[in-house]
Design a protein around this ligand. Sequence first.
Ligand SMILES: NC(=O)CC[C@H](N)C(=O)O
Length: 186
Amino acid sequence: MAVVGVLALQGSYNEHMSALRRIGVKGVEVRKPEQLQGLDSLIIPGGESTTMAKLANYHNLFPALREFVGAGKPVWGTCAGLIFLANKAVGQKLGGQELVGGLDCTVHRNFFGSQLQSFETELSVPMLADKEGGSNTCRGVFIRAPAILEVGSDVEILAECPVPSGRPSITIPSAEGVEYFADKML
Ligand SMILES: NC(=O)CC[C@H](N)C(=O)O
């Protein structure tokens, strides 16, 4: 039986562990480098990537995480987890933060603004219907969410969430801007 690791330093690791339990998959909380051994895949959850990076540094997890990603094992990063996996991040706190890397993309850490600009929207994911049957949409929950600004030619995009063109990526968007963006998606 496949064993899925969940990086359990900070953020929504409990929710991922319960989701794995619900579907009958064995999940293991990962806090130390040696706990990555023997895992088939890894989930890096959402949370706060700067804090998560500090904790990962404290536990000396970065080399083992890079080795895991480099070995080509499946790794799923949501929100802060995505930031961890990006080759490059912008909009970081002063002094920057360490990344695991491996996913050929540039992310903006807080693209949509502060916690108050968090939103949900229905995303079109045609591949869901093609491969899994059923609905071709998925509810996207954007909590102080990052955005992927650029991807390398080898990255396959499964869903896109368009933003109004011309908006500078570094400024924090107004509530109206986010409303406009959410309206476009509904
Ligand atoms: N929901 C999230 O994981 C938000 C990520 C957050 N913007 C960060 O910098 O880590």
